[in-house]
Design a protein around this ligand. Sequence first.
Ligand SMILES: [Mg+2]
Length: 272
Amino acid sequence: MSGVLVASDLDRTLVYSRAASMLPPGSTAVLRCVETYLDEPASFMTETAVEAVEALGREAVLVPVTTRTRAQLARVRLPGASRWAVAANGGHLLVDGEPDAGWARRVAEGAAQGESLAQVHAHLAAVLDPAWTSALRVADDLFCYAVVRPDLLPSDVVPALVAWAAARGWRVSVQGRKVYAVPATLTKSAAVRELADRLGSRLVLAAGDSLLDADLLEAADRAVKPPHGELTASGWEAPGVTTTARAGVLGGEDVALWLLAQVRATTAVPAR
Ligand SMILES: [Mg+2]
């Protein structure tokens, strides 16, 4: 084992929904399904990306780090994934799919510092108009998210929510059709730091595309993001963070290839 931990977001970083996985005209890339939902193919990677993450699985410790709930994560079959995973934006540190109890206690202590989930949920229910909100869900009793019509969402709603949440120890992130409200203490980077400590990892690489990935990318030794998504759209940059050339599902391929190249560069035996 190389001692390298590769912590990667899934959606719109490594895996892409049907709508997000449209190939540009002329592309000869082949898509492979990596998630099935209600008997329908739901998420995809290119064959080249699949081969790259399989190699990552052999040459490093590949850890999916997602805002998905446990149930949503369980649907994804990420080739090369190790026995560890982070779900619910750091709320669960999973070992063979089961939550680590010690980590769950620390998450609960952190959540007690800010506004309660019930209060945040009630606020969202009050301000999200059913005219453009199709669902408001609680995720694993840790945070909540709404499913909205972005084309109908008034432009002042998200900035107001961001300010309301920030004053109460919560964060708001918009990813495609979903508006997330997450406790500020619930971070991907904290869960990855814990796992890196336990594994004694000597190097942490990370990948992500949304504002909920920003702390993960900043905390890593080196990181990569695609040129689409909330981070790029907001102009976010940080030292040591590379942006891939291609966007969309081909950007996912670039992310996987970049991570593999970094692992190989750091584990290469110097020539004598
Ligand atoms: Mg993402």
